[in-house]
Design a protein around this ligand. Structure first.
Ligand code: SF4
Ligand code: FES
Length: 238
């Protein structure tokens, strides 16, 4: 008999070692997430994937699936919490979607659509953050960083380079580049690196590719992030 968990009344099989989000994705159940990516070590930082497991809130991307779990994924309370988390991500940085090259391809924006986020609710921090345009091929705009750690993990785990790290806490948290000058141009990053392409927002962009796909024809202009995420992540063998 296979191991099963229950998510919102649906019985879902899981394999030993799978996290809740991995089992859910394999079964076609979307759990909102931003810092989770198949094939990457779980980080558990964005908290968007919070689900209720037997009465206790847990991060679905780090919590192992186990027999007998009764999990709530869709509830008014969780949607409300996820909206608030997403609103906080928007006000902590400088996310100006209409002028961002990533609009329509941005997972932060798409999650906000998915959660029916209609405003930012909280006052904007408008933090002063730099843009690093020093690299010939790659632009780093700190204004759009949500500290998901994916570029850090991509550079360390996939590229073997450790180009990025996250330093500081709270409002002082910031992404740092591992080079003598702190600039991308002096780092080991290359345009073909996973770290150059993994960013869910417009914080890391490839130069000279902007607007090749017109606004209105981009992936989340036509499909919800739940559909796109399930399709892409099931293809990656979750
Ligand atoms: S630059 Fe992008 S991938 Fe890296 S931590 Fe910030 S949002 Fe995440
Ligand atoms: S996706 Fe689970 S904490 Fe970010």
């Amino acid at each position: 008999m296979s191991n099963t968990i229950n998510i919102d009344g649906q019985t879902i099989p899981f394999q030993e070692g799978q996290t809740i989000i991995e089992a859910a994705t394999a079964a076609g159940v979307y759990i909102p997430h931003l810092c989770h990516k198949p094939g990457y070590t779980p980080h558990g930082s964005c908290k968007l994937c919070t689900v209720n497991v037997n009465g206790r809130n847990c991060s679905a991307c780090t919590f192992p699936a186990a027999e007998g779990q009764n999990i709530i994924n869709n509830s008014r309370e969780l949607t409300h919490d996820r909206q608030k988390i997403t609103q906080m991500l928007f006000v902590e940085g400088n996310h100006l979607c209409p002028s961002c090259e990533k609009t329509g391809n941005c997972q932060l924006q798409a999650v906000a659509y998915q959660l029916n986020m209609v405003d930012n609710h909280f006052p904007h921090f408008y933090p002063h953050r730099e843009m690093d345009a020093s690299h010939p091929d790659i632009l780093l705009d700190h204004n759009r960083c949500i500290f998901c750690n994916l570029c850090v993990r991509a550079s360390a785990e996939k590229d073997g380079k450790n180009v990025f790290a996250i330093s500081g806490r709270g409002i002082n948290k910031h992404l740092i580049v591992n080079s003598a000058s702190g600039k991308l141009k002096d780092s080991a990053i290359d345009i073909n690196d996973c770290a150059a392409h993994v960013c869910p927002t417009g914080a890391i962009l490839i130069k000279r590719t902007g607007y090749q796909v017109p606004i209105g024809q981009r992936i989340y202009d036509h499909q919800s992030i739940s559909t796109v995420a399930l399709t892409q992540e099931q293809e990656h063998g979750e």
